[in-house]
Design a protein around this ligand. Structure first.
Ligand code: ES4
Ligand code: ZN
Length: 330
């Protein structure tokens, strides 16, 4: 579905398509534990978040050079443009690479090379959000923030991802305070598999401006009331929720009820190479499975630009919003 939209919840490592993974494996002399792309695709039967993460971190072994990261990001931006994405705020996981001996500069400069040419090549504006792995220590997150200091001109904000349960937001209070002092914007995954309390804690303790996922807020009416009142954006990822079994089937996703409740929802693809669709496909899927019509799809698209970190270019935001308003659904 081509309505102009911003993608706000997208892990660049989750855009690694099997074809590119095998090409990079060959180029870098990495042996993958799958015979071919078919066998790899057959491994995409996830039980939960952790079973996905095991495969996701494993496949990253093919990413080594700046050129690899550039190619990964450029391939995503090309696909995103085809799906109506005008603006992308892209997550990356530096610790998943530095733990394998790949320098943080290689990661950021490689991604940065693709992002620098994105407007000209693909018509997609971009921002970069550096995520910390919440199943690693707070000290590791602080060291990562420190290592990123030479590259902060490329980074708009920080996020928190990976295995959620047992790793509450408060664990990262210090690194979020340090990032805020550096002028970085703050988001965090919360309420994907973790309880609604993690959403409250991300807001109160980490000072986040958006909640990534936030799905489980629906279990707490008082929290929903707060999120509605404060217009806290939620970056929902319905196809991810189905694949990782947060919901049984797409038809039972609470998105329509969340919109009706007045929550500021956006829809996003999360890890599109793994979860069966990019964000245009996701818009199409929620239209088909949940019966969302033009009015709601336009609201989702509008929310995506309202929630994006475009404060440094309000003219661009206005242009995007005008495009959404003028779009004709067929
Ligand atoms: C992720 Cl779906 C999801 N949840 C948490 N962390 C992640 N990293 C990549 N995809
Ligand atoms: Zn995510």
């Amino acid at each position: 579905m081509h309505v102009p939209k911003a993608e706000l919840h997208l892990h660049i490592e989750g855009t690694l398509e099997p074809d590119l993974a095998f090409a990079l494996a060959a180029r870098n002399g990495v042996e993958l534990p799958y015979a071919d792309t078919e066998e790899l695709r057959r491994a995409y039967l996830f039980e939960d978040l952790q079973s996905f993460l095991d495969l996701y971190y494993g496949l990253m072994a093919v990413l080594h050079t700046e050129a690899d990261f550039e190619e990964l990001a450029d391939a995503y931006l090309a696909r995103a443009a085809q799906q109506g994405v005008r603006h992308a705020e892209i997550f990356f996981d530096p610790q998943a690479h530095t733990a394998r001996g790949v320098g943080i500069g290689t990661v950021i400069e490689g991604l940065g090379r693709a992002l620098d040419r994105s407007v000209e090549r693909h018509g997609v504006s971009t921002r970069l959000i550096m995520c910390f792995l919440r199943d690693e220590s707070a000290e590791s997150a602080l060291a990562t923030l420190d290592a990123a200091k030479p590259y902060l001109h490329r980074i708009t904000g920080i996020g928190l991802d990976s295995a959620e349960v047992g790793h509450p937001p408060v664990k990262f209070r210090e690194v979020y305070e340090a990032a805020a002092a550096l002028g970085l914007r703050r988001v965090a995954h919360a309420g994907e598999e973790g309880p609604p309390e993690y959403i409250t804690e991300a807001l109160d303790v980490l000072g986040v401006e958006r909640i990534d996922h936030g799905l489980r807020c629906v279990e707490d009416p008082v929290l929903v009331e707060r999120l509605v009142r404060d217009r806290v954006p939620l970056t929902l990822c319905p196809l991810s929720n189905v694949r990782l079994r947060a919901v049984d089937v797409l038809e039972s996703h609470p998105l329509p009820a969340m919109l009706s409740a007045g929550l500021m929802c956006t829809v996003n693809s999360d890890d599109p190479a793994y979860f069966g669709g990019y964000v245009g496909d996701t818009f199409h899927a929620v239209h088909e499975a949940l019966g969302l019509g033009p009015e709601q799809l336009r609201e989702l698209a509008r929310n995506s630009f309202l929630a994006s970190f475009l404060e440094d270019d309000e003219g661009l935001r206005e242009r995007y919003l005008a495009e959404v308003a003028a779009y004709e659904f067929d």
